[in-house]
Design a protein around this ligand. Sequence first.
Ligand code: FES
Length: 142
Amino acid sequence: MYSDKVMEHFNNPRNVGEIENPDAVGEVGNPVCGDIMKLFLKIEDNIITDIKFKTFGCGAAVATSSMVTELAQGKDLESALEITNETVAEALDGLPSQKMHCSNLAAEALQEAIEDYRSAGDDTEESENQKGQETKKTVEAK
Ligand code: FES
């Protein structure tokens, strides 16, 4: 059974969509089911100022994606990197154990996006082409 919070975020997901000219993008796929999440970030002075997502997945994936955007919005990158799938599941008052793998998508996509941003920032002079470049990663199956 899903918690009321999961149902609420599934029915009214926050921050759905795409950001034009994002500072970072993270995309992950879930090998257990084939679902995909894409996350877009705007970052100013090390703070996540805007965040949006697109998830092609189950209800739990949509709810966890929505929750991760709420948790990460306004956070500095270091704090955002501390958001794990357990953090997201707890914020949703829990997920059924067989759906915990769904929460990996959201947390991993956030980490991917931040890593994307940081690696692009390593060589800023020539990174214009790389800015917002997508990274793809497969979430570890549990
Ligand atoms: Fe695919 Fe939930 S069943 S993310």
